[in-house]
Design a protein around this ligand. Structure first.
Ligand code: TXA
Ligand code: MG
Length: 335
């Protein structure tokens, strides 16, 4: 495995590796991706092996521009036009009817494809120079926490990759929003970097949720346990969080609390309990969250007690990921 920082030589090397069927971890604005060329079926299959991901889960495709996007789909509805104009390049994946340019091995047998144009300058430059779209799921093993730093990828998958491009810490820190545009009404398959409110504002209409009256494209990334550290994640109500922390710590557990308010003065915390005080700025929380989940494991934390942010704006994606880390899938889809 080679770790290269962002320069023109590294991009050229990445292009050569990808064209020859290798795997390259790439920075995106959301999380690091595990990328293979859409023209290399051997490499696409390797993605599934390296991640340990079931072949029934489709991969999303990253495109350089709208010309590439159009080659991958048979229909680009008006809603897609509006959303692409507002949010691409950016953290929004659109599920659309796929063309024959999309290899069968990444679609899990569906007639759709999830596509986005990423915003990270290194990812865009690589896509432009390569001239071929890239399939890239998050560069983590199946059900584990997504990487938001090059070092996370190196620790998790370094032995199995040909190259990791280091583009610094990810600017958004949670995955893209996945929106199904194949039916009569847009359906939110995964909350992410673009909020539901922003999508509805641009579309000037409501979007639905899976399981509502509208049929959604099957999105088998649904997994109730995901984004999971080894520490046990427990959701706590704000009013109960410090009482619970104290009880667990007094019982000898190594406890960490993710919370919006510090412990009350009367609360005598044992030394085996500490906390991360969330900023009110949810973008800052999102940038840090996955690194914090990983750090909890490095620190051998046994129980992570987390308060959920209110489920609006970026809070919807954060609450979704924390619920999944706790093994409680929300009603929304994610992988
Ligand atoms: O931010 C992101 O989206 C990152 C970066 C690397 O771009 N990628 C990512 O990929 O999170 P992945 O594979 O870990 O998650 C993609 C999600 C999964 O839940 C998958 O099931 C869903 O998108 N998905 C992909 N293609 C789909 C399709 N054709 N129909 C429905 N859902 C799809
Ligand atoms: Mg993933």
């Amino acid at each position: 495995m080679l770790l290269a920082s962002a320069d023109p030589v590294a991009i050229k090397l990445a292009c050569r590796i990808l064209a020859q069927g290798g795997l390259v971890a790439i920075p995106t604005e959301t999380v690091y991706g595990l990328a293979a060329s859409l023209q290399r079926e051997d490499a696409l299959k390797k993605i599934y092996q390296v991640k340990g991901r079931p072949s029934s889960h489709p991969l999303i495709v990253h495109a350089a521009d709208l010309v590439q996007v159009h080659s991958l789909v048979t229909r680009f509805p008006q809603a897609a036009e509006k959303l692409a104009a507002a949010f691409w390049p950016g953290p929004l994946t659109l599920v659309l009817p796929r063309s024959r340019e999309v290899p069968d091995c990444i679609t899990a047998g569906h007639s759709t494809v999830g596509i986005r144009i990423p915003k990270h300058p290194l990812a865009l430059q690589l896509l432009r120079e390569l001239g071929t779209p890239l399939a890239a799921p998050s560069a983590n093993r199946f059900t584990q926490v997504s990487p938001t730093r090059a070092a996370h990828v190196a620790v998790d998958l370094g032995q199995e990759l040909d190259l990791i491009l280091d583009g610094g810490p990810c600017e958004v820190g949670v995955e893209s929003t996945v929106l199904d545009l194949t039916g009569p009404v847009p359906i939110l398959l995964r909350p992410g970097g673009i909020s539901r409110e922003a999508l509805e504002f641009v579309l000037e209409s409501k979007i639905a949720e899976p399981g509502s009256q509208f049929p959604a494209a099957p999105s088998p990334g649904q997994h109730h346990l995901h984004y999971s550290p080894r520490a046990k994640v427990r959701i706590a109500e704000p009013a109960e969080v410090w009482g619970s922390a104290q009880r667990l710590a007094e019982a000898g557990q190594r406890v960490r609390v993710f919370t919006s308010h510090p412990p009350p003065a009367a609360c005598q915390l044992p030394a085996c309990c500490d906390y991360w005080l969330w900023s009110a700025d949810l973008q800052a929380v999102a940038r840090e969250l996955y690194a914090r989940l990983r750090q909890a494991d490095l620190d051998q934390v046994a129980v992570l007690l987390v308060e959920l942010p209110a489920p609006s704006g970026l809070g919807l994606a954060l609450a979704d990921r924390l619920r999944r880390a706790a093994g409680q899938g929300s009603s929304l889809t994610a992988e």
